[in-house]
Write a protein that binds this ligand. Structure first.
Ligand code: ZN
Length: 282
């Protein structure tokens, strides 16, 4: 069970960076999402794999043609919020409003009802599980926001689930597809996406992932773009994380998805029988 997912956002969709906090300024930044998404789509075509694309509502509003192309090339469309704000930065009513806006733009561009969600920056945390009943009430049935361990913007430091489960909170239930993580002392690594995927040599990534019964990946279009601009107000650490390994990531991803069994969330869900997954009350 290897789940291939993309967070469909541009290079400037960064959390906690003052220069890009206001979405009103995004239109003045160099757009790179179309070219980068085409690189991903071509790689997926070559490997004959389908993925789930967690797309920002803002992206569907700004690039409806790109989103239609993602769907027409056989991929599943899912929701990654409207404006890429972490859940814990919102209250219940602004979260619901953001989610509804995103779903409207995504469904307008991609047509089918949206059933899967991933929070920006894996920002589902023990203190914002109130989002679960809201997601369910807006038609979401699957979630991929759970990160077992510490994450810069979220995570569940004391829990570690590495296969799908039914997350139940206040009577609402979602089929949860957790991020693939590994504990290393106080650190939690997520080798199937982002900076860890870019920095680690292919042999190590393969060794970490391929023997597992379940892998959840999270690729960004910018992960394949060595020529992207860099925001001036990123910390040194975040500059490093944003740029490390960009040159080798395309060929690494091409090799990884040539391994058998990669599929979208919808396709995996058809195989695992959600009702047979363990219930985890949180
Ligand atoms: Zn994101």
């Amino acid at each position: 069970m290897r789940v291939l997912t993309v967070d469909l956002e541009d290079w400037f969709h960064q959390i906690d960076v003052p220069s890009v906090a206001d979405a009103a300024g995004w239109h003045s930044l160099e757009p790179r999402i179309e070219a980068n998404t085409h690189r991903l789509l071509d790689l997926f075509d070559e490997a004959k794999v389908s993925a789930t694309f967690f797309c920002l509502g803002w992206v569907a509003k700004t690039y409806p043609r790109l989103v239609r192309e993602v769907v027409s090339r056989g991929h599943e469309l899912a929701c990654h919020s409207h404006l890429h704000r972490p859940i814990h930065a919102l209250d219940e009513s602004t979260f619901r409003e953001d989610l509804r806006t995103a779903l409207r733009y995504l469904e307008d561009a991609g047509s089918a009802p949206i059933r899967a969600y991933r929070a920006p920056g894996f920002s589902l945390t023990p203190s914002c599980l109130w989002a679960v009943p809201i997601l369910v009430s807006e038609g979401i049935t699957c979630d991929a926001s759970f990160f077992g361990g510490r994450h810069a913007h979220g995570g569940f430091p004391d829990l570690d689930y590495q296969t799908p489960f039914r997350l139940r909170h206040l009577g609402a239930e979602l089929v949860e597809f957790p991020a693939t993580t590994m504990r290393l002392g106080p650190m939690t690594m997520a080798p199937a996406g982002g900076g860890y995927f870019r920095i680690l040599p292919y042999g190590i990534i393969r060794h970490m992932l391929i023997s597992r019964a379940y892998v959840m990946s999270y690729i960004h279009p910018r992960d394949l773009d060595p020529d992207q601009p860099l925001l001036g107000d990123l910390s040194q650490w975040r500059k490093f994380k944003a740029t490390v390994g960009l040159r080798g990531s395309r060929s690494k991803l091409a090799r990884l998805i040539r391994e058998e069994g990669w599929a979208s969330i919808g396709a995996v869900l058809g195989r695992i029988e959600a009702e047979n997954q363990p219930i985890v009350p949180l």
